[in-house]
Structure formats: C-alpha cells, structure tokens
Write a new protein. Structure first.
Length: 269
C-alpha cells in the first residue's frame, strides 16, 4: 500500500453535482497521520469549488461496508419527514435496559441522541418508520447498495448489514444533503444539518457524524461530514481500523490533521 499517494481521474461533465470530480489533484501525505496512530484506514476529501479530490487508500475508499452510526444522518431525515418524531426536542422514553455507554441510559431527544450516537433511540425510530417506507427512501436517495434485508432487520441493517456504503458514496450523499438535492422537505434537511454541527466559529462550520462498525474484525471507525470555510465546502469521509475504545478519537484527529494540511480549520481573525 502506498502511503500518502494521491489519485485523480476525470469525472463526466454531465454529473458534477452528483459525485466528486477528480481533477487538479495536489500531492499530500495524509498517510503519515495513520502511521502516527499505528492504524490502517482511508480518507477522502473533496474540495467543492475547485472540484479537487484528495485521497489516501483509494482501494478502501471504493470498498463498501455497513455505515454504522453514520446512518443516523439518513435515519434522522426519514424520521422527521415521515413524522415518526416531530422535531429535534421531542423526547423518547428510555426502556430501562442498561447499555455499555452511560450517555445512552436515559430519556433523550433527536438532537442529543445524534450527539451521543444513541443506538436504541434510532432503533426505535427505524421500527416506527417501518420496512416499506425505509426501503422506499433508501431507493429514492440511492443510498449505498440500497439493501436493508427483511422486515426483521429493520433495527439493525445499518449496524451489521446488509446495507453497505463506500466512502465515495458517503461523499455523494453529503453533497446531496448540502445542496438540498434529496427527497425531503427543506425543513427536514435544515434541521438535520443543524443537529450535525460539531464546531462553529466565525471562520468555519464543521458538520459530521462518527460511526463504529463492531460486526467486522477489526472494527471499523467512520467519520463523515463537511466543512464550510472560505466560501467553500469540503466534504470528507474517513475510515479507521479500530481494536479498542481508545482508538475512537483517532478518527476525528486524523481528519482534522488532514484538513489542516489543506490550510483549513484555522482562524483568520
């Protein structure tokens, strides 16, 4: 595997808004960030204004795996659009089952559940949405491989499959969300964009969602989202092999270091 190598190829001119256009690529050694953490992984960053794609580990960026909790972006959109939850502050009651993460063990709302990545909350939403409606929206959006299994899989298809998505497809979906090019109301999309904000300064806004796929060996960590800075949008999708809970912060730190390599996440005032 060639650490830090950048790849580029022309994208058809007819679909520039649907998927990253890979042109005018500058070399950047993102691979060193993974080496510093002693973990294998991948990263894809798309510079929207300049139609420029930066990536490390191109083969992995084209390999589909279950989206894990990054699917909470999609699940939130469908839940709001179908009305199974009316807004970001409506509370669902905790079922009393104690889970491994303390932050999950209480009543919560959509905004907090997104932040805490509360699995049971989103499983309730998926069951309320139901198999048929979920499949319809998956098909309309063209999310990943579009496979959600059977009705019995409705509360776990994104955690262990059969739903799978590549980092490249994650970027495409995020572009559609940012551009409002999805089969959801503007209210729904704006609300999900708002709950996805992780950092906001006078100079930039960073939106994103982590994921932790535990059904593979090694586990795979996700971090996907987009950065608005300098009147531009930079989409990113990062994956990381994870062996223990202490590996989790590396997903975000590697992404931040790579964005900083591009002169981003810096204050100008």
């Amino acid at each position: 595997m060639n650490f830090g190598r950048m790849y580029a190829q022309a994208q058809p001119a007819a679909t520039p808004s649907k998927s990253p256009a890979m042109v005018n690529v500058k070399k950047s050694n993102f691979g060193r960030h993974f080496q510093e953490f002693g973990r294998e992984g991948s990263i894809l960053i798309y510079d929207s204004n300049n139609k420029r794609t930066y990536e490390y580990n191109s083969q992995r960026n084209a390999t589909a795996v279950p989206p894990a909790s990054t699917f909470k972006i999609f699940n939130s959109l469908v839940a709001l659009e179908t009305g199974v939850i009316p807004d970001d502050v409506a509370v669902l009651t905790w079922d009393g089952i104690r889970r491994e993460i303390d932050a999950w063990n209480h009543d919560t709302n959509l905004r907090q559940a997104f932040k805490d990545s509360t699995v049971w909350f989103y499983q309730v939403l998926a069951r309320r949405i139901g198999y048929e409606k979920m499949q319809q929206f998956i098909n309309k959006v063209g999310y990943g491989n579009r496979q959600i299994g059977t009705a019995a899989d409705i509360d776990r298809f994104w955690l262990q499959g059969p739903l799978k998505i590549t980092p490249q497809q994650q970027i495409k979906f995020l572009q559609q969300l940012y551009q409002g090019d999805l089969p959801f109301s503007q209210r729904t999309m704006n609300l999900v964009k708002d709950i996805a904000i992780r950092e906001q300064t006078p100079d930039y806004t960073l939106r994103g969602k982590t994921g932790w796929l535990t059904s593979s060996k090694p586990n795979i960590g996700w971090f996907v989202g987009y950065l608005e800075q300098n009147k531009n949008v930079y989409y990113f999708a990062t994956t990381l092999d994870m062996y223990k809970s202490e590996d989790a912060p590396a997903r975000i730190e590697i992404t931040r270091r790579s964005l900083k390599d591009l002169g981003l996440l810096t204050e100008t005032n």
